[in-house]
Design a protein. Sequence first.
Length: 114
Amino acid sequence: MDKDKIISDFILELRRGTLILCVLAKLQEPTYGYSLIAELANTGIAIEANTLYPLLRRLEGQGLLDSAWNTEGAKPRKYYQTTAFGQEVLSVLKTHWQATADNLNTILEGKDHD
């Protein structure tokens, strides 16, 4: 198998879980999809609309996000926000993320865990 294909596949696997964390963390305030794409891009996290919108619908279906239409502007927009349940899940995920990142950094630096 091609080295570039292998690396690309591994990067895709790494991104899947981290995107959920990013979306839950960024939706503390009501935000519409295109704005979320821009906010994530500004922090170096690129996400396509065809990836984001299914993810938003899935997280909403799981009770992690709420959504509401705002029709006051020139263009109606659906705003998403993390629910209280989503905040709880995010808190647990953040703790696991930090522990995993710390352990992974230890491994990558070639150190033994204390």
